[in-house]
Structures are given as structure tokens and as C-alpha cells.
Design a protein around this ligand. Structure first.
Ligand code: AMP
Length: 185
């Protein structure tokens, strides 16, 4: 049954470049988690969400993340380029999938919001080169992120604004608990 109260993407106050990317993806309406989570995330609320695989959860966090970054760049004072969004995922494959989804949504604003996956390149030198550019969003596994923080190739303390812990249950079951704690506290 159609929910006539459902909030479509076009009524969420999204940047036209994000709406165009959503249209290109062929998404006519938000999934349930997107409909619930996007407006709350755009209000700056912290969210803990639980949804099945295939529920559209990546876009549920990626769309507000991109929107907030774009809005900040368009309206805020000019600030130094810095890593403002961090997406933690349990595996390299999930890092690849998350980055791919975020990049598809950022197709029309790729110059304004850059996304890097530090788990993509094998060697740490290539990863450091990527991080030197200070991408707006960094995707990676906790061990990679922690290692870059320890090497000082990644600095988050003064710039991080948006944190996503994707597949949090898996992250903890993969034994990343200590790394997550060192990262987050
Ligand atoms: P995820 O749960 O993030 O792994 O997404 C699962 C699949 O749902 C991906 O292939 C997305 O491209 C697709 N998807 C995400 N949001 C929507 C939407 N609003 N309408 C249709 N498909 C979607």
C-alpha cells in the first residue's frame, strides 16, 4: 500500500545536484530507512538505525552527509579543506561498496565534495597520498583509519563533524572493539 504521507526526495530540501543523482539512479521514492533517517540527520540529530541488507541504508547516511557538506561549503565561512566526514566499515569490500554509492550520489558535486576510500589502495604510501589531499569524506576499516591517525597522515580532531559506523554489529563482532574505542574516545 502506498503511504501518501511519505516524504519524497524532492521534499527533503536536498541540493538539486543530489536530486539529479537520485533521479539518475532511478530511485523514484525513498526507502523506509531513508524516509525516516534523512530528515532527522539533516536536523543534525544523532541516529542509531537498524535495517536489513538491501534496505538502502548507505544512501540513508550518504545523502544527508553530502547535503550537510554541500550546504556548509555554500553558506559557511570559507574554511580550510579538511576531512569532515568519516565512514567506518568492517571490511574492504564494504568500504568499496560504500564509497561507490557515495560517489554515485556525489556525481554532480564531485568537485565540491571529495570521497576517498583508504582501504582501496594496498600500500600505505598510496593511501597517504590520497589523504594528503584532505578529502571531505574518508571511508575505511577501523584498523586502516587508526593506523593513519597514528602515522599522522590523517587528522580528525579539529575537523571531524560527521561520523558513520556502518554495520556496527559486524564491526564489533569482527573484533574491532579496541580499535573503535581508540578511534572514538
Ligand atoms: P544498501 O542497503 O545501501 O546496500 O542498498 C541496497 C540497494 O538498494 C542498492 O543497490 C541501492 O542502489 C538501492 N537503493 C537505495 N536506495 C534506493 C531507493 N530509494 N530506491 C530504489 N533503490 C534504492
Amino acid at each position: 500500500m502506498e503511504d501518501s504521507e511519505a516524504l519524497g526526495f524532492e521534499h527533503m530540501g536536498l541540493d538539486p545536484r543530489l536530486l539529479q543523482a537520485v533521479t539518475d539512479l532511478g530511485w523514484s521514492r525513498p526507502t523506509l530507512i531513508q524516509e525516516k533517517a534523512i530528515p532527522l540527520a539533516l536536523e543534525g540529530k544523532d541516529l542509531l538505525a537498524r535495517a536489513r541488507t538491501g534496505s538502502g541504508k548507505t544512501a540513508a547516511y550518504a545523502i544527508p552527509m553530502l547535503q550537510l557538506l554541500l550546504h556548509r561549503k555554500a553558506t559557511g565561512p570559507v574554511v580550510e579543506q579538511a576531512v569532515r566526514g568519516l565512514v567506518l566499515v568492517p571490511t574492504k569490500e564494504l568500504a568499496r561498496q560504500a564509497q561507490s554509492m557515495i560517489q554515485q550520489l556525489a556525481t554532480y558535486c564531485a568537485r565540491d565534495v571529495r570521497v576517498a576510500n583508504v582501504s582501496a589502495a594496498e600500500d600505505s604510501a598510496s593511501q597517504r597520498a590520497v589523504l594528503m589531499e584532505k578529502p571531505d569524506v574518508v571511508v575505511g576499516t577501523p584498523s586502516r583509519i587508526l593506523s593513519h591517525l597514528q602515522q599522522d597522515s590523517l587528522k580528525l580532531r579539529d575537523s571531524l563533524e560527521l561520523l558513520v559506523v556502518d554495520e556496527a554489529d559486524l564491526l564489533f563482532s569482527f573484533g574491532f572493539e579496541e580499535e573503535l574505542k581508540s578511534l572514538l574516545w
